[in-house]
Design a protein around this ligand. Structure first.
Ligand code: HEC
Ligand code: HEC
Ligand code: HEC
Ligand code: HEC
Length: 443
């Protein structure tokens, strides 16, 4: 018995140098502290912030539970090519379960420790990245008395502290925010996008925008500092973070026109806010689209359709009533599944997205089943794009002032997918990122 406990202790305190799949089942749940231990009497504010971030819910959130248990697990059981994801999803969504070898963990309502999702002790015991590029949970975990943070000389009555340069850098986030599918395709590349962009060059980290600093203390009994890293991690699930990301303005080539004439409307769109592409992360299911309409003086609405630019694969960036996502038929056990509506929005709008394709070349939202990617028509950080609309003024328009409105909408999940999988509609909520209006006069 004595010998046994010695071995366990030895393992906990020995530096684990394995990341990714090699780290499967090398620890036990007990090796990691519960977030309540950190948050109940010392880090009260960070704990409350953590409860509100998506990373405390990435095992329990409704859509995560549905995608894992209804699509990924049954798919992994049927198709050996993707079998690895049954455990692998948890490498990022429930790291404590993955590192303890619990696959699949009990469902969220049974209150397993997997429910802790990405907990304090997951992030604060990371000591390195296994390899040159962070991706697919290749962080090196070393749970125990030492908690790694962003300062030296921090004294805690409960644990030891050490400074980790890694924790203050975007590389750390990349271990979970870059993902390769079993087909070797980058299906998440937020950290890689950031690294290629202007913010990385300027030394602006993920933490700068997602963990803004303020004066204060990092625990109840901690010392005052002027740069305490707030644990907000606000992203796509915070409409306030998404709003205003892209700024846009619309203008006509002529201010006066008449029916039978054609006018051209130009929309200039500028990504002012994201440090990576927009949309990023779960790109397979994110939709960002531009809707332009004209309203005449009697209130009649005319929907304008975007001008084609002619690049290859452009059809995926213009809303249509094509059917897609046929590969969901495999895990859902639907024979000859014809698919569902691809976009579920008015036809002819420009969509800023990158389509993911299954091994048969059909669009998929099952990112682990992605064998190729389509044309990347998203906004890079600080990128500006121009879209044009030619409008043949119709006969049935009312003379007088016409208001032309450009609205940029964002949706985390296409409505037809949410409906098909019974995902609560809040996940498919449409957020207005920005809008602008201009006027013309019809004689
Ligand atoms: C210059 C500020 C800035 C930097 C730097 C930045 N972000 Fe963001 N991030 C944003 C904004 C604004 C949004 C909200 C719009 C959106 O969803 O993309 C966002 C959104 C996100 C989202 C949600 C995306 C989605 O569609 O679900 C994730 C995840 C994210 N960021 C992670 C990161 C990571 C990881 C890094 C570093 C590699 C990083 N961010 C760097 C500003 C930034
Ligand atoms: C997703 C990973 C992640 C999670 C989850 C997380 N943290 Fe952190 N934490 C960080 C990072 C990264 C920093 C350093 C930020 C920086 O300075 O750039 C940090 C910094 C801190 C600091 C020092 C802040 C300062 O500025 O002095 C404390 C204390 C802390 N975290 C406690 C907690 C507690 C308690 C929890 C759980 C309730 C938690 N963290 C959850 C990543 C995380
Ligand atoms: C152990 C894995 C892991 C690490 C490390 C990690 N993340 Fe995450 N992060 C996730 C997962 C999984 C989600 C998805 C949550 C969900 O299910 O919607 C997420 C979600 C987010 C979101 C919320 C997106 C939204 O939809 O609102 C932001 C922002 C974010 N992470 C930023 C960061 C930043 C910045 C870092 C580094 C300081 C980081 N993460 C480190 C796994 C991780
Ligand atoms: C390499 C780490 C990693 C792996 C492996 C991973 N995820 Fe994720 N997952 C993330 C991150 C990070 C996000 C958040 C991205 C964002 O905010 O756009 C995310 C987002 C999601 C979301 C979307 C939540 C939302 O914001 O709309 C679902 C659902 C999901 N993952 C399910 C899965 C399933 C199922 C698997 C296994 C097949 C899996 N994930 C594998 C890191 C990972």
């Amino acid at each position: 018995m004595l010998l046994f406990s010695f071995i366990v202790v030895e393992k906990v305190f020995a530096q684990n140098t394995k990341g990714s799949d090699a780290a499967y089942a090398i620890f036990k749940y007990e090796d990691f502290e519960k977030p309540q231990a950190c948050g109940s009497s010392c880090h009260i504010d960070f704990y409350q912030q953590w409860l509100q971030m998506m990373m405390s819910q990435c095992y329990t959130h409704h859509w995560d539970e549905i995608e894992y248990f209804n699509l990924a697990v049954p798919h992994a059981d049927k198709d050996p090519k993707v079998a690895e994801v049954k455990a692998g999803c948890n490498g990022c969504h429930a790291p404590v379960a993955f590192l303890s070898g619990d696959t699949p963990p009990p469902k969220p309502h049974l209150k397993p420790r997997a429910n802790e999702s990405v907990s304090c002790d997951v992030c604060h015991t990371v000591t390195g990245i296994d390899g040159d590029i962070p991706f697919n949970f290749n962080f090196i975990s070393n749970p125990g008395r030492v908690k790694y943070g962003n300062r030296t000389g921090v004294v805690s009555p409960y644990h030891e502290t050490k400074k980790s340069e890694l924790l203050t850098k975007g590389e750390f986030c990349g271990a979970c925010h870059n993902e390769k599918s079993p087909y070797g395709i980058w299906v998440k590349s937020t950290q890689l996008e950031w690294k290629e962009g202007p913010y990385y060059k300027e030394g602006i980290q993920c933490q700068t925008c997602h963990m803004p600093v303020t004066p204060g203390r990092n625990s109840l009994m901690g010392e005052e500092h002027d740069n305490i890293a707030q644990h907000l991690f606000h992203g796509a699930h915070d409409p306030g973070k998404v709003k205003g990301t892209v700024e846009l303005r619309i203008h006509p080539d002529f201010r006066e026109s008449e029916s039978g004439e054609e006018i051209k409307l130009t929309v200039v769109l500028f990504n002012a806010k994201t440090g990576h592409k927009f949309p990023t992360g779960s790109v397979e299911e994110r939709m960002l689209w531009l809707h332009v309409e004209a309203v005449d003086s009697k209130g009649k609405i005319f929907h304008l359709k975007v001008d084609k630019k002619g690049f290859p694969g452009e059809e995926y960036t213009i809303s249509s009533n094509e059917l897609a996502y046929q590969d969901m038929g495999i895990p859902l056990n639907l024979k000859d599944f014809k698919g569902i509506q691809r976009d579920g929005i008015p036809l002819g709008n420009r969509i800023f997205r990158m389509p993911y394709f299954d091994p048969q070349g059909r669009m998929t939202i099952m990112q682990w089943n992605t064998a190729s990617l389509g044309y990347d028509y998203r906004f890079g950080p600080r990128e500006t794009k121009i879209e044009t609309f030619k409008w043949l003024i119709p006969d049935n328009i009312e003379p007088g002032e016409v208001i032309i409105k450009a609205v940029l909408n964002y949706q985390k999940l296409p409505t037809p997918v949410a409906e098909c999988l019974n995902v609560p509609m809040e996940e498919a909520e449409i957020i207005v990122v920005n809008m602008h209006e201009t006027k013309i006069v019809i004689e």
